[in-house]
Ligand binder design. Sequence first.
Ligand code: SF4
Length: 80
Amino acid sequence: MKVSSRRSFFRYMALLGLVTFSAVPLYAKAQKDKVKYQELPHDAQHCSTCNYFLPKEKQCILVEGSINPNGWCSLYFKKV
Ligand code: SF4
């Protein structure tokens, strides 16, 4: 695409931004080993009482893979 004027330049940059924004996920989930995920609770803390746990899917908003309701990781944040 030839950029011949200032207006064309800004149109081109806006289009480029839209293409880039739509192609890249906003965030990626953390790998289990990076957040010290374990299949056991940590004292009274476990995934089923964590704010980020999705019980129907047995998934976590922040951590990748299948999540054990009795598991735990360092990102634990108690559900209120
Ligand atoms: S953030 Fe950690 S503790 Fe909380 S649900 Fe996800 S894996 Fe479990």
